[in-house]
Design a protein around this ligand. Structure first.
Ligand SMILES: Cc1cc2nc3c(=O)[nH]c(=O)nc-3n(C[C@H](O)[C@H](O)[C@H](O)COP(=O)(O)OP(=O)(O)OC[C@H]3O[C@@H](n4cnc5c(N)ncnc54)[C@H](O)[C@@H]3O)c2cc1C
Ligand SMILES: *[C@@H]1O[C@H](CO)[C@@H](O)[C@H](O)[C@H]1NC(C)=O
Ligand SMILES: *[C@@H]1O[C@H](CO)[C@@H](O)[C@H](O)[C@H]1NC(C)=O
Ligand SMILES: *[C@@H]1O[C@H](CO)[C@@H](O)[C@H](O)[C@H]1NC(C)=O
Length: 394
């Protein structure tokens, strides 16, 4: 720290004491954890309004394995690493922001009951500590794979996660669905406009409980699958072998990738497929939400519950954006939307706290609801209604 900034800090401290400020003295307005599209979007939104913000990232991105990122307008087909690098470069223009490529080990809330005096102590894995008034978690999700050899290795490269991600590149090719029987209909409905020759490899999950589960949403699932001519193969998968690599054999003009896989089973003959989609479980990438005791979604316990108005979690001062939250969407545009929304909300909340503090209305209970209203006025609230409807329709 230079002499000038040291003087500034001391001066700020004395001024705050003289003024009787109840605001915490911290290193940063906001600490963001996670450098995917969600966290970067938050950092950008904070930097543009000159908030002092620090972002931590340890670089295990959910789409880190994929060849190209799709359905992100203006960036369709971008290489994810290049996309994030460009975002970082653009954000670096805003001099109150900074990024550290290091993992956060712990976050603790201090002065818990003081509103707005509470703050957070963030410690990275090297033991370095930082303080901030607000925390935004964009820590993401982690996919969980079966032990079957060959599947994890090909994830994002012909064995893919969502139709919007990589479906177009494999359109009209012999296709497979991996994962439990209960999820087969959902995938068929999503993929049918792209692929017609479909086999679902359910790997021994054609059992009573899965039949019940699929029937809850699709009471006539067997008839529907018949109409779509989708075959169910319940054999145990022994391995998935790559016969051809679509990153080497592809048509750059038509955006077609020609992968080829051979599925081998415990019994009976092997089957070839050009592409497969997965339905595998996932979990929170980070332990930070649990450290902070954040409430989870009642139905999807792998997601952190937020109020979509401001991406606010169950703990005051902590926000959750991107895949990790439960606002019903997991893709790059959503990560950007939710990150941006949290940035606006956090920015307004901080200034309201400053404002109340400056007029010395101690005892005035800070209302996060009114800050929320202000954020809604700035960025709109149409999605809230749509979201509520979608939850009801589920
Ligand atoms: C194979 C695949 C392909 C996909 N393709 C597309 C696509 O084409 N288009 C699309 O829109 N969506 C796609 N998606 C979805 C997209 O990847 C996610 O929706 C998006 O990455 C979510 O962004 P995020 O910022 O929430 O999380 P992430 O991008 O996963 O970033 C989270 C970051 O937080 C970091 N982190 C976690 N804990 C800590 C900690 N304690 N300290 C520091 N850092 C931490 C992680 O290391 C990681 O860098 C794809 C997903 C997969 C699995
Ligand atoms: C599917 O495979 C599992 C595991 O081998 C078995 O228990 C189940 O009975 C099979 N289902 C059908 C319909 O054959
Ligand atoms: C799978 O594809 C390979 C390579 O084209 C071919 O040699 C093999 O005969 C095919 N197997 C089946 C079962 O179609
Ligand atoms: C969970 O699911 C139940 C039953 O479908 C529904 O009534 C409830 O509103 C859902 N809860 C949440 C938090 O989405």
């Amino acid at each position: 720290m230079g002499v000038r900034s040291l003087v500034l800090v001391v001066f700020t401290f004395i001024a705050a004491v003289l003024a009787g400020s109840s605001l915490p003295k911290v290193d940063y307005d906001v600490i963001v954890v996670g450098g995917g599209p969600a966290g970067l979007s938050t950092l950008s939104g904070l930097g543009r309004v000159r908030r002092k913000a620090l972002l931590f990232d340890d670089g295990h991105y959910r789409n880190g394995v994929t060849r190209h990122m799709h359905d992100v307008i203006g960036n369709d087909g971008a290489v994810p690493d290049e996309y994030r690098a460009l975002a970082r470069k653009q954000i670096s223009r805003y001099t109150t922001t900074s990024i550290k490529n290091v993992r956060v080990a712990t976050i603790k809330k201090e002065n818990k009951d003081a509103k707005p005096g509470a703050y957070f102590v963030v410690m990275d894995v090297k033991g370095q500590k930082y303080t901030a008034r607000k925390i935004v978690l964009g820590t993401g999700l982690q996919d969980i794979f079966p032990k079957t050899p060959g599947i994890m290795e090909a994830f994002g490269k012909g064995i893919y996660w969502c139709p919007w991600c990589d479906g177009w590149e494999h359109r009209d090719q012999p296709f497979g669905i991996l994962g439990r029987l209960r999820d087969v209909m959902g995938s068929v409905v999503e993929i049918w406009s792209l692929n017609r020759d479909i086999i679902a490899f359910v790997d021994g999950t054609d059992v009573e409980s899965d039949r019940k589960k699929i029937a809850e949403r699709y009471p006539n699932w067997q008839k529907q699958l018949e109409k779509y001519n989708v075959k169910i193969d319940n054999r145990t998968i022994k391995s998935v072998e790559r016969l051809q690599d679509g990153s080497k054999v592809y048509d750059p003009k038509e955006w077609r990738e020609y992968d080829l896989f051979r599925l081998n089973f415990e019994t009976g003959p092997s089957v070839n497929r050009s592409a497969l989609i997965t339905n595998y479980p996932y979990k929170q990438r980070s332990t930070l939400p649990d450290q902070l005791g954040l409430e989870r979604d009642a139905n999807d316990t792998n997601k952190i519950k937020v109020n979509i108005n401001g991406m606010r979690t169950s703990l005051d001062g902590v926000f959750c954006v991107g895949d990790a939250n439960n606002d019903g969407s997991t893709n790059v545009p959503h990560a950007m939307f939710s990150g941006k929304r949290a940035a606006v909300y956090v920015h307004v909340e901080i200034e309201r706290e400053n404002s109340l503090d400056s007029i010395q209305k101690r005892g005035t209970k800070f209302s996060s609801r009114s800050a929320e209203k202000k954020a809604i006025r700035i960025i709109g609230n149409d999605l809230e209604e749509a979201w509520a409807k979608a939850q009801k329709a589920k």
